[in-house]
Write a protein that binds this ligand. Structure first.
Ligand SMILES: O=C(O)CCC(=O)C(=O)O
Length: 417
């Protein structure tokens, strides 16, 4: 589109509606939220928010900053919950003001921050606002499907012998996780869910739109490039230099593409509830029926997207897990839940589900028996889903650019966990 045509579209959009991001829920709840904040000592926040509601963009920034400080004043679980809603509320005010100025990109960024860092009270309204602002931004920046050719993340087969050298010692030499094509729900329940036995399920995600769409960088950029996402930067979350950043999805896609060939630090979009945040990507996946066999409840859907060589160190989670491999390949190693003591969990509460053993660099003096422990492993191929029973230890390394989705669910009798 020529500059003048793009300007004309932008002008039309800015003037085509009343330029207002409507927020009926926020409008009706504002005083209740402010009262709760004031009870927590947030008078300055309440003053700034009132100014923001009257159209003062600096006051909206200041209110967002004040709430941000509260969110970072101690461990995440000790934050008074109303401050999370206060953060979303400040983000919403800021977004409204950017939107009114035709600054849709900045409005979307503020709304994403509200979703990623804020509470649940305004979640539906933030999502609706994102949808509206995204339509404007897509039209303004001419991001529609222009029939560009695909830019594939993964196009070649890997050299297994070469890859094997980068895997932890003894990999793929003992017991492989069994692979079952089109496993029936009854067989899954009987042979895996109830007995706590891992399995790789084949041919059960061929119908996901993601299977034909997510290996294309242009598709992902088109639907979500202007969204803000949290990423992890560094070797893995147990390393001291590891950090988290908030970047646009476009920036993340660029880093992922270049990370395959350069030595820049690994950026991993890991354990993020991306599908609660970006509805277009949620429509590309389907919750596997296996997740409902035990009568439990879905706990979270997480995205794990990054270049080759991301590592999630050995750890366990409390829930049933199906890790679905949409793009690329991963190496996964599993140790039974019964081996917990032998795997030397960290003593700090925050890390007590992670092992002190670095499988990529085993300290045999400190952990002399590790190499004797039985494990199962596999290369999880595109289109396969791995069932990891609760509390089973797992180590995961990507062998190519890789995009996986994990589905965590609870047992029926543990619904109040
Ligand atoms: O894919 C990964 O890097 C880790 C996945 C994982 O730890 C999980 O699904 O719980």
């Amino acid at each position: 589109m020529s500059t003048s045509a793009a300007d004309a579209v932008a002008g039309e959009i800015a003037g085509s509606d009343d330029g207002v991001l409507e927020t009926p829920f926020l409008d009706s709840e504002r005083w209740n939220i402010l009262q709760s904040i004031a009870e927590e000592g947030g008078y300055a926040y309440a003053t700034m928010t009132s100014l923001a509601a009257a159209g003062d963009i600096r006051a909206a920034e200041a209110a967002k900053e004040m709430a941000w400080e509260q969110l970072h004043s101690g461990p995440w679980h000790s934050v008074v919950p109303i401050w999370r809603d206060a953060y979303s509320m400040a983000c919403m005010h800021l977004a409204k003001l950017h939107y009114a100025n035709g600054e849709f990109n900045q409005a979307i960024k503020a709304l994403d921050m509200g979703i990623i860092m804020g509470g649940m009270m305004l979640r539906d309204e933030l999502n609706l606002a994102i949808r509206k602002a995204s339509e404007k931004e897509k039209a303004r920046s001419d991001l529609g499907d222009k029939g560009e050719s695909e830019i594939k993340f993964v196009s070649q087969e890997i050299n297994v012998a070469e890859v094997q050298q980068s895997l932890p010692i003894k990999s793929l030499s003992c017991k492989l996780v069994g692979k079952s094509p089109a496993l029936s729900l009854e067989a899954f329940l009987r042979d895996h869910y109830l007995s706590g036995t891992p399995v790789v399920i084949r041919d059960s995600m061929d119908h996901w739109p993601a299977k034909s769409k997510w290996n294309d960088m242009n598709y992902l950029r088109r639907v979500a490039g202007f969204r803000t996402v949290p990423v992890e930067v560094g070797k893995n979350y147990l390393c001291p230099e590891w950090k988290q950043e908030l970047i646009t999805f476009s920036e993340f896609l660029e880093r992922t593409r270049s990370n395959d060939t350069t030595s820049v630090e690994t950026t991993y979009l890991a354990q993020h509830q991306l599908f609660d945040q970006i509805q277009e990507l949620r429509q590309d996946i389907v919750i596997p029926d296996y997740c409902f066999t035990g009568g439990g409840e879905i706990r979270s859907l997480n995205a794990w997207f990054g270049p080759a060589r991301t590592v999630t160190p050995l750890h366990h989670d409390p829930h049933h897990n199906i890790l679905a491999q949409v793009v690329g390949k991963k190496y996964v190693r599993l140790y039974s839940a019964s081996l917990s003591d032998e795997l030397h969990p960290h003593s700090e509460t925050m890390l007590s589900n992670s092992s002190q053993v670095d499988l990529d660099n085993i300290d045999e003096k400190e952990f002399p028996n590790i190499l004797d422990l039985e494990f199962q492993d596999c290369i999880l191929e595109e289109g396969e889903m791995l069932y990891i029973p609760p509390k089973w230890w797992h180590y995961v390394r990507s062998l190519t650019t890789s995009f996986s989705v994990s589905f965590w669910w609870s047992d029926a009798e543990k619904l109040d966990d």
